[in-house]
Design a protein around this ligand. Structure first.
Ligand code: FES
Length: 172
């Protein structure tokens, strides 16, 4: 590894070096929040998804500032962190100027077994019965629990043979 790359210097032109990568500038508060969350964990590339989960769980979404800070902390490109974060349905990436989602998300499986077991009606009933400012209802791919369809995920908890009543009981 060259001295320049080990120091994180990005070339912007012949003979010119910058101490910051191209793109979004680093937000000091977001950076210190990410450092606090990661603690003493090694900044290994294979832990990127785990770190994204830490931020998502702590803040309910992944802001542009936190993704930028995580890239800095792990010495990865912003594009790489952004691509991983947007690949997985469980991460809520919020761009600058966008409104973060409500604190609670219900993910209703809409794959075949659940669809046949009434997932669409379930989702509709939930959307009509829950306050959209407090709970977001979205579709999600198969959760591997097809034998208990319809299935949904409330936060990190699965509800098998889901009904609106079970969801309301779990929320309360
Ligand atoms: S189809 Fe819904 S859990 Fe598999």
């Amino acid at each position: 590894m060259s001295i320049e790359s080990s120091k994180g210097v990005w070339k912007s032109g012949p003979g010119r070096g910058r101490v910051r990568p191209k793109g979004r500038q680093l937000d000091d508060l977001a950076w210190s929040q990410v450092q606090d969350l990661l603690g003493q964990r090694p900044r290994r590339r294979d832990l990127l998804i785990e770190f994204l989960h830490l931020i998502q769980d702590a803040y309910g979404h992944l802001s542009a500032a936190h993704l930028r800070a995580l890239a800095e902390e792990m010495r990865l490109s912003q594009a790489e962190v952004y691509e991983v974060a947007t690949f997985y349905a469980h991460f809520d990436v919020v761009k600058e100027g966008e409104t973060p989602p409500p604190a609670l998300t219900v993910r209703v499986c809409d794959s075949l077994s659940c669809e046949l077991a009434g997932a669409a009606q379930l989702q509709q009933a939930l959307q009509q019965g829950l306050d959209p400012k407090a709970v977001r209802v979205v579709r999600a791919p198969c959760m591997g629990r097809c034998d208990t369809a319809p299935v949904l995920e409330l936060g990190h908890h699965h509800i098998d043979h889901a009904t609106p009543e079970k969801v309301l009981a779990a929320i309360s």
